[in-house]
Structures are given as structure tokens and as C-alpha cells.
Design a protein around this ligand. Structure first.
Ligand code: ADP
Ligand code: MG
Length: 682
């Protein structure tokens, strides 16, 4: 059995430079390497005639050199090699640079295969630096070649070779991860075969079989993990039941607004959980602006008044700070004590907070990841709320929950996913949905525009600011990059401060700044001391500035739809008509469709469905923004059928063998443990 955990640096062809590049792709071990699946495949098995070649395409030709290679020294260390070849339809010139070893490679009159990019001008056909094979060789051509997502400085060919070396080390000696009974029942190919054929398929039929098997395995292990987690909660020892005499309505009656029907329904579901002795494990889904915070506040009130402490965890300091403000202003006259714990605070202050937390003098502790630290000790933690959960791993969720004795857990997320999918993916949680916005909301008008509209957009922003509003501008990058053609915060800030908006107050914000600086900028924006805030997506989650009514997103094509929707949700929070301007580059069909989805609807659920639909396998827009588990190979849209199938299989397996203890399920147990060891005890 090959050692899959072996560091990738021990694989043939991997020196220190390449280790760094591979690491950048998330490849650290031999296992990472062989499960680094291709983005697509290129069929180099079907040759074209020279006469049929099209400018710009990559193609395979079978041709015969008509003369010996000519060598042209352009300058020192720079030599061009040219070869004229022909087939029965025409001739083609092939050029390589500096590849001395090619000089005597080709024999006049023999047939070779060349695969490369075609340059065609005035019927003169060129191919630059193609890969090639002699007539009967299949090294570089004549087969289906994997194309990997790669990184700057790590050429496709090199990466392919390294993966090939990795596969050679495995030598088809992997132990299968699925039990025989599943393989035969569902007609799945074995693991070694699957791994080989997913990279270097003999034909597309084999590739599809390989993919089917790997998708099955990936989704099944997730389903098994979720189901056993859920059964674990259910059998676990008693949780905390909160005091039935503490009524949520005590606080609800004091609110400055009326809760929506959806908020009330969700609160009732939560209230039932809190009063029952079974620990709550609930996901609260609700579109941006649907009012999740107040739900958390009411739940927290109930917990504190029943004698317990509450932890509120948010993904950024900005958001945690905002929550603190919201909590304190609402709970001010109830005698409940809230504190903030983020990494930016002084050592002295921190020690003081930790001390009072341990004594039970603090009722609600709000913070970031800082809450997870070991020295954060509660006296009696009764409720944990994590906001915008897609930023936190499940592991962090359980780390914080372990600071209490089976506390109630509420996970809040603003990324709506289709309910069917949610039921499957969050199999370990109960789900509540706020499917209604507060009545005072105005629809946000969305306009996809191209660069040519810059001046008009800027004038529009000026008009709005002149009438008292504020604007956000979001860029994908912090600073300019040579590799990525997209706008950056620093570049835009420079230009807007000094030129375009020089009569206005422009500031910028990004994740690399110190938390204190960030908070200060945010505070000034809230206080209207800043007109235009240029930032990265750090302002994405939860930020609430009702006076801001314009959201401009630069290079909108680079964001997932769910994320665009989140960003757009930063405006339209007050009484003012709000606008979202999506500046995009590129004119592919998919980009236009995506932009039009954003224009057509403000409904997060529809957007997330469309997003899944418009994303192809392994596409650039990862699943990250959805808060869904990240898959190496499965695509939740394309593989919905498999997902449903494995869900029923998993239910059956766990039903008969909840802890996967039977001999026949040994492999499944190992599979689940390997993938989810930090979150599951079976
Ligand atoms: P999200 O669900 O995106 O976290 P928030 O909880 O930040 O949304 O709520 C957005 C804004 O809506 C807040 O200013 C909040 O006070 C307000 N709000 C919440 N519920 C209601 C309601 N029922 N009626 C009016 N305003 C509400
Ligand atoms: Mg929120």
C-alpha cells in the first residue's frame, strides 16, 4: 500500500521551487497530488488536415517534414528552429525556440504528429512550439490529455508530468475505499482504475465511469458523516433546557418595529428547541437584510434570563463590533452585560474580560475567532450563535460548543441555498428559514455595465452624494497584480481621491489593514465622515449603514452570484432608493447571463439556484461562497441525481449500522474518519 501522506517533495520531478508552486495549488502530499483532478480534457486523438486548420485553435496534424530543420541564430542564446511539413492537403511551418535537442530529431519523409496552436495568416499556416510524437508513439499526442487548473510558473506539461509520476508511485496499489458490495451493486469501477482514468482516460467512456465512482464516493462519505453526526446529537446526554417562564415576548414587545411573520415563526421553532432538553442544533437561513440579528438577540435574552451565558461569533471584527452595538442598544435596560472580544483589544482589557467571563459577570460575549482560544472559559455557556456560518468550518462550530456542556447552537447564514439541497447538505442540522423581508424595504435597482460607462456611473455617484447619500465601491484585489487583470482598491483609491472624486471624501478598506484601522474607517463611514468607501469584500458580511445607497462592484464577473448578492445587500437598508452597479469585463455568454440574473431578481434563493445552474464542473467560481462543503469533484447541480441516490443509501446504511461497526462497513468507517476526523466520533 503506497504511503499517501508522503510529502509531495519526495515525488519524482519535484524540487524545492516546485514544492512551493504545488503548495500554492493546495497540494502537500502524494494524496493531494493524485486527487488534484483535471479541469477538463483535451482530445488529441483526432488529427485534422492542414487545409482545415483554423486560426487560433489548438489542433493535431499528421505530417511529413519536406526538408531538414533550419536553424536561425537570432542573437546569442536565442535560436529559432524551423521545420516545413506537409500532408496531402497543404504545408505548414513549425517553429521552436532554443530547443537545441530538436535539431536532428526529424527525418525527412517520415510521418510525425504535431499538436499545437495554429497561426493562420493569408493562408500561410504556422504552428509554434507544438508537442509532437513519431507516427506510432502516444507520448504527447494521440490520446486524451488532462488540463489542470494551474498557477503562474507551473506549466501545464510540468504539472501533468508530476502527476503522472505520482500515479506511477501509486502503481495501482491503492486499497479501495468503498466496500465490494457497493461497487458491485451500483456498478462502480474500482479506485485504482478510477484514479488513473480520471487523469489519463483511454476514452471518454472510461473517464465518465471514473468520475461517476469518485463523485459517488465523495458524496457518500459526506452523507454518512452528516447522518452519523445527527444521530450522535440525538443520543448524546441531556442538553440544557431553558426556563419556560422567561418569555421571548418580554423583549419582542420592546422592539421599535414589528417582527415579520417569518421571524415570529422561526423564533417559535427556536423557543421550542431551547425549552426542550435536547440540545438545539439549528441552521437559520435568511436572505441579507431579513433580520436575523434580532432573532439571535431574542434567543440570547431568553438564555441569559434563564441563567446562562451566550457566545456570539462573527467572522470579522467589523461585524462583531456592529453586533455589540446592536446587542447593547437593545438589551441596555434589561441589565444584561455584553462584552466584545476581538484580537485587536489590549492585553489588560482582554485579561479583565476573561476573568469576568469565568466568574459569570459577563452574560453575552461577542467576538471573532478569538472566542475559540483555549483561555476563553465560560462559567455556564447555554447558547452559541455563529453568524454568517459559511466563514467558519464545522470544526470551529464544535470547538466553541465544547466550551459548554452541550449548549444550544444556532448557526446563521445569509447564503440561501435551495431547500432540497439544504436538507441534504446540512443533514446534521435542523433548518429554519426567514423567507420574508421587513416591509419597509425598497427594491435595489441593479445595472450591469461595461467600462465605457465609467463616466456616467461616476457622475451618478456624485449626484447621489450631493443629495446626502454614500457609496461603496468593491474591487476584487487589494493592490495591482501582474497576473490578474482586475481593479484594485489601492489603485482606484489613488485615482478617485486625487482625480475623479477629488472634491469628495474618499477612503479605502481592505483585509490587510490592522483591525483598529479598519474599525476606525468603518466608524467614520457610519458617521458620514466618508462619502465613498473603496474596499475589498471585507465589507461583504452584515455591515449596516442605512444611509449608503450605492454599491458599485468592479470586475463583477470575478465574483460568484451568491457573493454579489451579499454585497448588494449592503445597500437598500434604509429609507432611500438604492442602486447596485455591476461593472464587468468580457463578453462570454455565461458572464452576461450571470449579470442578467442579478439584474432580474433580488431573491437570494433564485440567485443561488441560477448560480448552481450556470456554473460548470470545476469552474472558477468555487462552492466556497455558498458555504457548502467544498468538493473536489462533485458538482451539486450536475450530480444532483447521485446526491439523492447516495442520500438514500446512506440512510439505509446508518439505519442498520449507526456506528459503522459491521465488518462489511469497515472501509466506509475509515473513509468517513479520514475525511471528517475532526468533527465526528464514530
Ligand atoms: P441580516 O439578516 O442580513 O443579518 P439584520 O439582522 O442586520 O439583517 O437586519 C437588517 C436591518 O433590519 C437592521 O437594521 C434591523 O434592525 C432591521 N430589522 C430587522 N427586523 C425588522 C423588522 N421586522 N422590521 C423592520 N426592520 C427590521
Ligand atoms: Mg447579519
Amino acid at each position: 500500500m503506497p504511503d499517501l501522506l508522503k510529502e509531495v517533495k519526495f515525488v519524482k520531478g519535484v524540487g524545492p521551487n516546485r514544492v512551493a508552486l504545488l503548495n500554492r495549488l493546495g497540494i502537500y502530499t502524494l494524496e493531494d497530488l493524485i486527487t488534484y483532478y483535471p479541469r477538463t480534457h483535451e482530445d488529441r486523438s483526432i488529427p485534422k488536415k492542414i487545409i482545415d486548420l483554423l486560426h487560433g485553435e489548438e489542433a493535431l496534424i499528421e505530417a511529413i517534414p519536406v526538408s531538414r530543420m533550419s536553424e536561425i541564430k537570432i542573437r546569442r542564446n536565442f535560436t529559432m528552429y524551423k521545420l516545413i511539413v506537409r500532408d496531402d492537403t497543404g504545408t505548414c511551418q513549425i517553429t521552436w525556440y532554443n530547443q537545441t535537442y530538436l535539431k536532428n530529431m526529424f527525418k525527412v519523409g517520415e510521418k510525425y504528429k504535431f499538436f499545437g496552436k495554429v497561426n493562420k495568416k493569408f493562408n500561410k499556416v504556422d504552428m509554434i512550439s507544438p508537442v509532437f510524437d513519431s507516427e506510432n508513439s502516444l507520448k504527447n499526442t494521440g490520446k486524451i490529455i488532462p488540463i489542470y487548473p494551474t498557477t503562474y510558473n507551473l506549466p501545464q506539461n510540468t504539472l501533468r508530468k508530476i502527476i503522472e509520476n505520482g500515479l506511477a508511485e501509486i502503481d495501482e496499489k491503492l486499497e479501495d475505499t468503498l466496500p465490494e458490495y457497493l461497487l458491485s451493486k451500483y456498478n462502480l469501477c474500482d479506485l485504482n482504475n478510477a484514479i488513473k482514468q480520471i487523469h489519463f482516460p483511454d476514452n471518454f467512456e472510461n473517464f465518465n465511469k471514473a468520475r461517476k465512482r469518485l463523485v459517488f464516493e465523495e458524496l457518500l462519505s459526506m452523507q454518512l458523516a452528516l447522518l452519523s453526526l445527527k444521530s450522535q446529537y440525538e443520543v448524546e446526554s441531556e442538553g440544557i433546557s431553558l426556563d419556560k417562564n422567561v418569555k421571548m415576548s418580554e423583549l419582542i414587545d420592546k422592539l421599535p418595529f414589528r417582527l415579520t411573520k417569518a421571524q415570529l415563526r422561526v423564533l417559535e421553532e427556536i423557543d421550542n428547541d431551547l425549552e426542550s432538553s435536547k440540545p438545539m442544533n439549528r441552521l437559520l437561513q435568511g436572505d441579507v437584510g431579513s433580520g436575523k440579528t434580532v432573532v439571535a438577540e431574542i434567543a440570547a435574552y431568553k438564555a441569559v434570563k434563564s441563567g446562562y451565558q451566550v457566545a456570539i461569533m462573527a467572522p470579522t471584527a467589523i461585524l462583531a463590533t456592529q453586533h455589540l452595538e446592536s446587542f447593547t442598544s437593545l438589551l441596555d435596560d434589561t441589565g444584561i452585560k455584553c462584552e466584545l472580544l476581538i484580537s485587536g483589544i489590549s492585553k489588560k482589557k482582554k485579561e479583565d474580560i476573561l476573568e469576568r467571563l469565568k466568574n459569570g459577570e459577563i452574560d453575552i460575549l461577542i467576538g471573532t475567532h478569538a472566542l475559540l482560544e483555549e483561555n476563553v472559559v465560560f462559567k455556564n455557556l447555554g447558547l452559541v450563535v455563529t453568524d454568517e456560518q459559511h466563514r467558519f468550518g464545522v470544526r470551529q462550530r464544535s470547538t466553541i460548543a465544547k466550551k459548554g456542556d452541550n449548549p444550544n447552537v444556532l448557526v446563521m447564514t445569509a447564503t440561501p441555498i435551495p431547500r432540497t439541497l439544504a436538507l441534504i447538505l446540512y443533514g446534521d442540522l435542523d433548518i429554519s428559514i426567514i423567507d420574508e423581508l421587513p416591509p419597509n424595504r425598497k427594491k435595489i435597482d441593479t445595472f450591469p455595465v461595461t467600462k465605457e460607462m465609467d463616466d456616467r456611473v461616476n457622475n451618478f455617484i456624485k449626484e447621489q452624494i450631493d443629495s446626502g447619500r454614500q457609496a461603496y465601491i468593491v474591487c476584487p484585489l487589494v493592490e495591482d497584480s501582474e497576473e490578474i487583470d482586475a481593479r484594485s482598491v489601492l489603485e482606484l483609491a489613488e485615482k478617485y481621491k486625487n482625480v475623479v472624486f477629488k472634491d469628495y471624501k474618499v477612503e479605502y478598506l481592505h483585509g490587510k489593514m490592522k483591525p483598529k484601522e479598519k474599525d476606525e474607517i468603518m466608524e467614520r463611514f457610519k458617521n458620514k465622515e466618508i462619502d465613498i468607501l473603496i474596499s475589498t469584500t471585507v465589507i461583504e458580511v452584515g455591515v449596516n449603514v442605512p444611509n449608503a445607497n450605492i454599491m458599485v462592484i468592479e470586475n463583477a464577473e470575478r465574483f460568484g452570484l451568491a457573493q454579489l448578492h451579499q454585497l448588494r445587500g449592503r445597500v437598500g437598508r434604509g429609507e432611500y432608493k438604492s442602486y447596485c452597479i455591476l461593472k464587468y469585463q468580457g463578453n462570454s455568454d455565461v458572464i452576461r447571463k450571470r449579470m442578467n440574473v442579478m439584474k432580474a431578481t433580488n431573491d437570494g434563493f433564485i440567485i443561488s439556484e441560477k448560480d448552481l445552474e450556470l456554473r460548470g464542473t470545476g469552474e472558477f467560481f468555487g462552492t466556497k461562497q455558498h458555504g457548502l462543503p467544498e468538493f473536489k469533484i462533485a458538482n451539486l447541480f450536475e450530480d444532483m441525481q447521485v446526491l439523492k441516490l447516495v442520500q438514500s443509501i446512506a440512510i439505509e446504511i446508518i439505519g442498520k449500522d449507526p456506528k459503522l461497526e459491521k465488518e462489511e462497513n469497515k472501509k466506509l468507517k475509515k473513509l468517513v474518519k479520514n475525511k471528517f476526523q475532526d468533527r465526528i466520533e464514530i
